[in-house]
Design a protein around this ligand. Sequence first.
Ligand code: ADP
Ligand code: MG
Length: 688
Amino acid sequence: MLSNDLTSLKGVGPALAKKLEKLGLHIVEDLLFLLPLRYEDRTQLVRIGALEAGQRCLVSGEILLAEVAYRGRRNLLVRISDGSGQLTLRFFHFSRQQQAQFQAGMHVTCFGEVRRGKGAFEMIHPEYRLLREGQDSATNDALTPIYPATEGVQQGRLRYLTDQALHAMQKEPPAELLPEAVTQKLGMPSLADAIRYLHRPPPDADVETLQNGTHACQQRLAFEELLAHYLSLRSLRALAETEDAIALDDGGEQVRGFIDGLPFRLTGAQQRVVDEILADLARAHPMMRLVQGDVGSGKTVVAAIACLKAIACGVQVAIMAPTEILAEQHWRNFCAWFQPLGIEPAWLSGSQKAAARRQALEAIADGGAQLVVGTHALFQEGVAFERLALVVIDEQHRFGVHQRMALRDKGVGAQGHPHQLVMTATPIPRTLAMAAYADLDTSVIDELPPGRQPVTTIAIPSTRRGEIVERVRAAVAEGQQAYWVCPLIGESDVLDYEAAEKSYAMLTEALPELRVGLIHGRMRQVEKDKGMQAFKEGLIQVLVATTVIEVGVDVPNASLMIVENAERMGLSQLHQLRGRVGRGAAQSHCVLLYKGPLGRIAKERLAVLRNTNDGFVVAQRDLELRGPGELLGTRQTGLPDYRVANLVRDAELMPQVQVTAAEIGRSPARAAAIVRRWLGDAGRYGKV
Ligand code: ADP
Ligand code: MG
């Protein structure tokens, strides 16, 4: 029964089946795993006098008046009272008939979200029922499950269908796919019990644990779902092990020479990560390695060593950065490092002139360019490599699993897949990394080059901007340089750039003796590069910029970072910006200007930055305050939505998920069944 088509259920015809298919529902069992998103409590009436804004609840009262109001939009206003207080019901869409129903003196029960209105609390378009004389306002016995919304499939319908599936489950429970040893060890309920409980919580269910997703039944399912995603990513990883790549095992001499010739010694952490990478490259299977390292930990030189190793083996290398400014900086660095060795880097970007582009494309295609630096432009159609064997992606947190997969295909050919090295300065907390990057091996550069002084951070209201302007003057007088960043303040980059222009005008007026520059997203690429270069060379002392300089930019002489509107920005982004200073010998400062008054979260965020310079701590707090989507970069993460699990809330399950996955890995059929149950036939990742 559970494996039957949905059309075997009462009330499901071909049309509905099609809609359900869009939800990923194909067989009866799938309905069991369509779990309520939340629950509504209609088990008791809440007294109007005790209502709180934001609450969704059931209220009953006597109608005091009903009238059509014309202030603003025409609406029907019904005021009710239960003796403890008054509540306004407001309808913007209503029929004449509806209007006539509401008679003063009648009783009504309604369910909806409580909002603060003028004077009294309000409910906008509540569900309601008028009570006849002597009729009780009926409450439910149990919590009402609310299913994920689907176009054209009502909640009532979903409840009816899940009722049938739950009934079928009594005779034929879904297969228990977790090993018994695991469920026992974790003290988890059986799958069937958990499912029944979550679809139809009993009257005495603990509402609060259910609402915040920590109920043992939810944890049981969350565990299996996390396991499914993890197994799916690991199978991608296993797939790579069956694929060929060019083993890059020559060139040891050149690499040693390069490292010895650097103006500094590699840190212990850099050396360890280099060793891990070189060991991967020497194998005949594609490397898939993520290097995490806090801002300023020296990832670029690690990448350069990997590149040199590959070039010494006679293959091509591509380096991709998320912004043109960053790609440009890499290009300069790599030219300086590699040209003396007789290696010619090529440059490819979206804003390049046609002739230069054609020339670059030719060199890439005939193998003349051993190293190619660029932006996304590198991986567009029409870019053909002669012998691409290593791909380096910098600041990877902006790209997700799908992009990673697409990149790999550029190197597909007789020689197999390219090795992949991805680098990120957004340290992902360990448990989250386990879930999000399970298809990658991870290296961490957990040490900063010696002699760095921690950046001190202060947060002050923007009304004290004048004092900060004076600090800029003083810093420059001591031969240092400063960034003045105006982050995105609206949806459009126009507002963004206007804000930067305004600050630029203010600073040039207040500091006439200083050379102030401006960089923003609407400038032409050459102008941006020119500005950045002038700042690097010290020709500009104060650089006003939008967040285009957020990642990667490296100017060791800059020691002062001022960020306007800091209260609107995410923690990780602020940490990135702060990482632009503290790269030289001078004590560096970061000033976060904010517009008060601050909300609770904004206050906490700024406090986190004042209290720590550790990117991992910042990331953990960012995760707690904003959720994983924001941290990993919204939408682009390629992280599919979870149905029950929440990566932040359930992070502590991950270590056990990992252990269980290793056990289950020995029975591929069971692993496949778990992935299919939660991710569908294609296993979503497998398809890309
Ligand atoms: P990130 O990890 O943020 O990309 P970079 O690669 O830009 O950091 O390096 C930051 C700065 O530190 C650069 O100026 C780089 O030359 C320097 N650097 C890197 N490694 C070392 C080291 N081992 N000792 C001293 N300075 C180093
Ligand atoms: Mg970098």
